[in-house]
Design a protein around this ligand. Structure first.
Ligand SMILES: Cc1ncc(COP(=O)(O)O)c(C=O)c1O
Length: 360
């Protein structure tokens, strides 16, 4: 019985050659590969600037600082996200205001509106699992209340809303290149995308010790730079992003057909959204039993995420109120294996096992 991983990053000769060439170049930090990748990423997303960073967490923190966030500012954020989205808000010394989830696992914009106060400065829609949040509602809310939008696209490179790439709707957006993501590096990596010249300049400066010239530091930043080996690999993969996402979408359809008729909630696709299935998440009250059943058959699953961010000890001081939908769904969600590199036969094996679990 061969093991089926939750995710499988791509590795092939073209990627290896690009990395070897970058090694031979003897330029390793923020060199020509990084500069070209920044241009290509910005153009692929339909924005004017991309600033590569060491991770999406770093990108979020840099952007929040560039947006001028300060202590006491409130930021609307879905609780149902990876902890780094919230962590960056805390690191920027702002207050995360936790918003409940909608039926597509993304921020409920009505709840966001209800939680806005005169101290609210921005909103962070997270395009979770590869599906855009309701960006039309987010834009309406932001323009009515004078808020900025920072899109968290860590899980959704290549996803679209109304035919336009996510990452091009807010004042700024962040990407993650963690190896399981839709645009995967061979390690950590991230980027800030923006059409705002000032935000781009500030993020560039802050990621490199606040430096404006070799020995001139205009402010205190940090080392959050990116590197040439990863950029070289990512340039190869960026050219394949649409094909890789089409492959994920085809596998998702294979799941939807294979799992039809079971007592299982399958991922819904929001009108206007092009979902890229970073994760394929199903819902069942028998989640833990199903996960154990699949594990015994060599199939890895995941829970994204078992403890909602507003229930983490790290944010206790904000005394977040209960979020009933988020708290309910974290008991039932299960991520099944998916990536551009999974074979049809692997998805079929997962489908057969899930059907066997339900006695179908
Ligand atoms: C929605 C979301 N935001 C932010 C991050 C942070 O990304 P990174 O691991 O690149 O720092 C992640 C990582 O999983 C994520 O899923």
């Amino acid at each position: 019985m061969t093991f089926i991983p939750l995710s499988r990053p791509p590795v092939d000769d073209e990627i290896k050659r690009a990395v070897l060439d970058a090694i031979d170049s003897r330029q390793y930090v923020l060199g020509p590969q990084c500069r070209q990748l920044e241009t290509e990423l910005a153009s692929a997303t339909g924005v004017t600037h991309a600033v590569l960073t060491s991770s999406a967490t770093a990108a979020l923190w840099l952007t929040l600082r560039a947006l001028g966030v300060k202590a006491g500012d409130e930021i609307l954020v879905p609780s149902h996200t990876a902890f780094p989205t919230v962590e960056a808000i805390c690191l920027a010394e702002a207050t995360p205001v936790f918003v409940d989830t909608d039926e597509f696992y993304t921020m409920d914009l009505r709840d966001a509106e209800a939680k806005a106060t005169p101290r609210t400065v921005g909103v962070v829609p997270v395009h979770l699992y590869g599906q855009p949040a309701d960006l039309t509602a987010a834009q309406t809310l932001a323009s009515r209340l004078g808020l900025w939008i920072l899109e968290d696209c860590a899980q959704a490179q290549g996803a679209e809303w109304d035919g336009r790439r996510v990452g091009s709707f807010g004042r700024a957006a962040v990407f993650s290149f963690y190896p399981s993501k839709t645009l995967p590096a061979m390690g950590d990596g991230g980027a800030v995308l923006t059409v705002d010249d000032e935000i781009a300049t500030r993020c560039r400066r802050l990621r490199d010790h606040g430096r404006v010239d070799r020995n001139v530091h205009a402010e205190v930043g940090f080392n959050l730079r990116f590197n040439e080996l990863q950029a070289a690999a990512l340039r190869v993969l960026l050219r394949r992003l649409d094909a890789m996402n089409d492959r994920r979408r085809a596998l998702a359809l294979r799941y939807v057909r294979g799992l039809a008729g079971l007592p299982l909630v399958l991922p819904g696709v929001r009108p206007h959204a092009r979902h890229v299935y970073h994760l394929f998440v199903v819902q069942t009250p028998r989640r833990d039993e199903l996960a154990a059943f699949l594990k015994a058959r060599g199939i890895q699953t995941g829970i994204h995420y078992p403890v909602p961010t507003h229930r983490q000890a790290a944010v206790e001081r904000f005394a977040p109120p209960p979020l009933p939908r988020t708290e309910r769904l974290v008991e039932e969600i299960l991520s099944l294996p998916i990536s551009a590199d999974h074979a049809d036969g692997e998805i079929d094996r997962v489908v057969t096992a899930v059907r066997a679990f339900f006695g179908a």
